[in-house]
Unconditional design. Structure first.
Length: 98
């Protein structure tokens, strides 16, 4: 059992590094001329917000939030995806008052 626990941090790090490849966003100088992201793009970017943030620490070509979006629907999708990925306040609602 202890042997399995010792591999967990390395497997988690490998998963994070592999997942940052999904967080690719065009460089800023070309971002406004390419694809415009809508609700589904915002939802996806919200779901991978943790991996995008981690990747943005090491690369200037990865951003957490797409600047070439269509406005409110992208923001709504990003918010829904981020809430799904980060827990969405479910632990606050599960607390019992005594």
């Amino acid at each position: 059992m202890t042997r399995r626990k010792s591999h967990f941090p390395f497997l988690l790090l490998a998963l994070i590094l592999l997942s940052t490849g999904c967080a690719d966003v065009e460089p800023v100088q070309h971002a406004m001329t390419g694809h415009t992201y809508g609700f589904w793009g915002g939802l996806w970017h919200g779901m991978i917000v943790f991996f995008a943030f981690f990747g943005s620490l090491f690369s200037d070509n990865i951003a957490v939030y797409a600047i070439n979006n269509n406005g409110g629907w992208y923001d709504f999708g990003f918010l829904m995806g981020a809430m799904a990925a980060l827990g969405g306040g479910s632990t606050a609602g599960a607390r019992k008052c005594s």
